[in-house]
Design a protein around this ligand. Structure first.
Ligand code: TYD
Length: 223
């Protein structure tokens, strides 16, 4: 059994990761590929419990390094229980956020201990580095406004509630990462209309992972 492919979506708040992860999963299914969709933090029963602890802000007062350890614990559980078994069974895995969110949100913007950040990535992620990563690029204020619209009256989560400068720093750091790690990462202009964004994604999947077929037209505006 050939191992499946592992694709991740990364970027700031409201950058359309989830929407395009779902569209890509649908498109791959149409090509006859067996695919699962998952997300972080979370993606396995144990990691979903940790998601709640992290995003509620309950762990914020413990400090950035403790939050980093919680993300690592959640990721370890997610890989062992969801990602690794699926890939081993030949399924493709599409994940909404993964190790690059830790590098950027905790490592760069959150200024966690760089040695701890790198060591945890090596130990926890190990051989499960994604085959392809999309970095959804959008001005921070545009993304935050979208996220706020989507959320309605409910409260901003732990990271969405950070200052605008934090979100600007995220954008810059994601753009640098895309450049530095261009073998794995593709920067996507997420400010374009939805069909044009998906077209960039599907073109990259076809050329980098060798799947065929013409993308079906995606209706509607950007989200
Ligand atoms: P989520 O509601 O999934 O937001 P989004 O739709 O923006 O992906 O919340 C995930 C939040 O957790 C998001 O603000 C980014 C943050 N995060 C980290 O800080 N580090 C990580 O390693 C991961 C996976 C997420």
């Amino acid at each position: 059994m050939t191992r499946g492919r592992f694709i991740t979506f990364e970027g700031g708040e409201g950058s359309g990761k989830s929407t395009h992860a779902t569209l890509l999963a649908q498109q791959l299914k149409q090509q006859g590929i067996d695919v699962i969709q998952t997300r972080e933090p979370g993606g396995s029963p144990g990691a979903e419990i940790m998601r709640h602890i992290i995003l509620s802000g309950a762990a914020k007062h413990l400090g950035g390094d403790a939050e980093l350890l919680l993300f690592a614990a959640a990721r370890d559980d997610h890989i062992r229980n969801t990602i690794a078994p699926a890939l081993a069974a030949g399924q493709w895995v599409i994940c909404d956020r993964f190790m690059d969110s830790t590098r950027i949100y905790q490592g760069i913007a959150g200024k966690t201990n760089p040695r701890l950040t790198r060591a945890l990535e090596r130990i926890v992620v190990g051989e499960y580095v994604p085959d392809l990563t999309f970095i959804m690029d959008l001005p921070a204020d545009t993304g935050l406004a979208r996220a706020q619209r989507r959320r309605g009256n409910s409260q901003a989560d732990r990271f969405e509630a950070e200052a605008p400068e934090f979100h600007e720093m995220l954008r810059e750091a994601f753009r640098i990462l895309a450049k530095q790690d261009s073998d794995r990462c593709v920067l996507i202009d997420a400010g374009k209309p939805k069909p044009a964004v998906f077209d960039q994604i599907w073109t990259a999947v076809r050329s980098r992972l060798g799947v065929g077929g013409v993308a079906r037209v995606v209706e509607g505006a950007a989200s």
